[in-house]
Write a protein that binds this ligand. Sequence first.
Ligand code: ASP
Length: 327
Amino acid sequence: MKKICLIATGGTIVSKDGGSGLEPDLTPQELLSYVPELKEVAEISVRELFRLDSTNINPGHWIKMAGCIREEYENFDGFVVIHGTDTMAYTAAALSYLVQDSEKPIILTGSQKSVYNRDTDARRNLTDAFCYAADPRSHGVYIVFDGTAILGTHARKTRTHSYNAFSSINCPAAAVMQEGRIIRYFEPELSGKVKFYGQMNPRVLRVRPYPGISKEILTRTMDCYDGLVIECFGTSGIPAYGGFDTAVSEWARAGKAIVATTQVPHEGSDMSVYRVGKDLMGLGLMEAFDMTPEAVLAKLMWALGNAGNREELKRLFAGKVWMDTFF
Ligand code: ASP
């Protein structure tokens, strides 16, 4: 039987309402007691790292999760991380950069309803996550949720209430699950031995232009950040009025790492189409193409945290990791 480490971080799945609203409360052992059939799927050990609503998970927590996986890597065949759904896609992306080419599966899951609810999705999600983690063909980082396995670099929370809370963006789902059976559509190739990273630089600002935006969001904040993710309109546009585009150029001249992506949910950016995009690329910006905003943010933090110089930063950001650019 496979040995799987359950890494608990909190979320609705372990939450109870003590009178002031839902908050994480159950221990991982209590959680497992609701799903006794898991004993037939894997030999499970538990590491509880946090008991947080995932609203409060930040890059420091990502590093602790990756550190725990590194410490326990030789002791287990795979990992299941339970996590709140609200920021699970960010954590899945971050773990895809912090633990690369993992031959052992790292599966994130959680639920929309707490495990003790009669109509909860927690039991199914946990069973699917453990079945996926225990399968010898599984590698790398995934979210397994509502019967679907999504690459850690392509997941996005797209529904606040429904059980199918996550979508796979700009990439098909990798597999579906039916009563513990895995129907695989594809599995990315590993490109070498597992690599662990322990650094992230969280000094990244994400700006989403809207009609009427003013330049101050950029001019007043530049000193606080090393990187900027700018979510352009459509394939590549940012406003040229009110000095907004000039403010972006000032960030570029100051040597900040800037990534251009799109605020459109599907199909990615293409800076080569319009003059506004070509002008931006002339500033030496990096482009996100079909990466999700969650993956762009995590990758820029990871690249800034691990690159020694500007060239290395560009090389790290441009390198394909866990199929983060799919097209
Ligand atoms: N607010 C919760 C969290 O992200 C939502 C959930 O787990 O579904 O921790």
